[in-house]
Write a protein that binds this ligand. Structure first.
Ligand code: 5AD
Ligand code: FES
Length: 349
């Protein structure tokens, strides 16, 4: 099949073989633009022009893991650590609501300080006091924890598998297991959460074949949300001298994922905006329909350093909100109102 036929097939059937995905990942020039335009049309047809905003609350920068790429890894003794207490987290959620957010994402390193009881209490309190959907992004937990969080009102869960290449996964995540991560994602799905997963682009040793497998794994897990972003080397990690991930390939992955999962939510990620000043705009033009601005105070933002150079780090949360809104308007889109539940999730209910 030629490129046009593959694109037609993707548009009409939302299915592609691994070889077809690999071919799309290598497109250049006009053909690349055809892919982006088709993804943009698919986005328009299935999820419309609304761009939903999620208020990201990074509530703890402690992490018990040691991922090779991540600035929060426990071996990074120079990382600045903080933990927010319940009242403060609820307060930030309230502020996010007042700024117009209807989803908050509670994210942290894997921090055992937040026991099942503490997390449940935080979730319950936000649900009682603030009218928002809650997305958790706190890593791997026992089944019983996921179940308890869901019971007290958590709506969604984000956890990237990072790479589908098991060998690479094991190399980059000492002491962790790929199987356990996938099992966690399946538990999360089975508990009725909206499931978000995804991967990193440009990890050292990652191939185009791996990326095609990553895309297929997202489909196999039937993700309601897909977060992908370029790897950005952090100076205090073992990967400090590695090359950063490619913006171009990230955009192609977004576009292909939009074709394969037409009604899922796909963010234009902060990492994409960090490597290219127009990265988020480009993402929104080739399939993405979500942006996740940080709503924390400046001092916390500075300390939550997954990778260096993060955009918006010196902006006040209100300013960020305004800035993003003008980006959305300038693209001829509008800010989504309401919780912005994944249509993919809704369709299956
Ligand atoms: N570059 C880009 N993304 C990173 N993440 C962690 N470290 C980095 C980095 N150096 C991503 C991981 C994680 C998400 C919260 O942040 O994919 O799942
Ligand atoms: Fe924190 Fe990987 S270093 S989850």
């Amino acid at each position: 099949m030629n490129v046009k036929e593959i694109l037609d097939k993707a548009y009409n059937t939302h299915k592609l073989s691994k070889d077809e995905i690999k071919l799309l990942l290598t497109l250049e020039g006009e053909e690349r633009q055809l892919l982006f335009d088709l993804a943009d049309r698919t986005r328009q047809k299935y999820v419309g022009d609304d761009v939903f905003l999620r208020g990201l609350i990074e509530f703890s920068s402690y992490c018990k893991n040691d991922c090779f790429y991540c600035g929060l890894r426990r071996s990074n003794t120079e990382a600045q650590r903080y933990r927010m207490q319940e009242e403060e987290i609820v307060e930030v959620a309230r502020r996010a609501y007042e700024m117009g957010y209807r989803t908050v994402v509670l994210q942290s390193g894997e921090d055992p300080y937040y026991t099942r009881e503490r997390m449940c209490s935080i979730i319950r309190k936000i649900k009682e006091e603030v009218d928002v959907a809650i997305t958790l992004s706190i890593g791997e937990r026992p089944y019983e924890d996921y179940k308890a969080f869901r019971q007290v009102g958590a709506d969604r869960y984000l956890m990237r598998f990072e790479t589908s290449n098991k060998e690479l996964y094991q190399k980059l995540h000492p002491g962790m297991s790929f199987e356990n991560r996938i099992e966690c994602l399946k538990w999360i799905k089975s508990l009725g959460y909206e499931l978000g997963t995804g991967f990193l682009i440009g990890l050292p040793g990652q191939t185009v074949d791996d990326l095609a497998n990553d895309i297929l794994l997202v489909c196999e897990l039937d993700a309601d949300m897909v977060g992908i972003g370029p790897f950005i080397p952090h100076p205090q990690t073992p990967l400090k001298d590695a090359h950063e991930g490619s913006v171009d390939i990230t955009l192609k992955c977004i576009a292909i994922l939009r074709l394969l999962l037409p009604d899922s939510n796909i963010p234009a990620t902060t990492a994409l905006g960090t490597l290219d000043p127009l990265g988020r705009q480009k993402g929104l033009k080739c399939g993405a329909n979500i942006v996740m601005p940080n709503v924390n105070d400046l001092d916390y933002k500075l300390k939550y350093e997954l990778y260096p150079g993060k955009i918006c780090i010196n902006e006040d949360a209100t300013k960020c909100r305004g800035c993003i809104e003008s980006i959305i308007i300038s693209l001829g889109r509008r800010v989504g109102q309401g919780y912005g539940q994944s249509r993919h999730y809704r369709a299956k209910k």
